[in-house]
Design a protein around this ligand. Sequence first.
Ligand SMILES: [Zn+2]
Length: 304
Amino acid sequence: MQPIVKKFDNNIYQIDVLMEGKEGRLACYYIDSKDPILIEVGPSKSFPYLVSALESLGIQNITRSAITHLHLDHVGGIGHVVSKYKNHFVHVHELGVKHLPNPERLWNAVAEIYTDEWLTNNWGKIKPTPIENIKTLNDGHEFNLDKNRKLKSLYSPGHAKHHYTFYDSESGTIFMGDTLGLIYPHGDFIQPNLPPPDFNKDILFQSLEKIYSLDLKQIAIAHFGLHLNPYELIDNAYKSINEWIMFINNLPNTSNDEAAELLKNWVVNNYESLNVDSETIQNYISNSHFLMQVAGIRNYLSSN
Ligand SMILES: [Zn+2]
């Protein structure tokens, strides 16, 4: 399989790193400029695809990356990136300084949900990142891309407390990570992504409001792709997240497993009633972890 690279206006490249061996699961972005930057690197298993995608663009070395958050589907491959590329610095939330050199905690937190075996087979083992290759992001930090072009870091918690988004005012693009949720190919709606332990609706909505107030032309999300209707999608996210929380709140006497099954069936019924085709529904459902969503929503509800 070959990674799929798509070029958009303003020298923005979308790189499909074939996460879990599938297309359309995780996008990294590369902004070509005087001082280029890579946004997200994907999991360890995607690293060879990332390298061959960059090589297909004639890129032999890349000296910086910005990571939206410390979940392993976004950052898992960073140890390989810093060891392959000379003088590479990864820019990430300050918790990265603590966890990337000793990634066991990050690994164990995900393994609790996905199991060791699944993680090893699908995302791959994590290589530690030397502390000297890590730089801490700050809210409002601006990366210089070209003389008059900057990429601004915005602290955007809610999905995870270590989440940043990145705003390129020249192209009107916000690189969203998982702040918004999931949009899979053919779908033009948001499916919420609300994992424990950090999901908090109030904090997430504050982050979305901050993003909504920007001058946006497009949204680039990790799962998956570039979309030209940013405000509509953010409105859609508010609505879906509220509906999911209400649905789970109305199931007080069910186990998490039962609630996950009910949530999944309800989501499928909703998609069917919107006349979403069965292939797209299958794509959303098979790439979703409903038990994790239930755990995240219940954790939020119990803290309120
Ligand atoms: Zn993700």
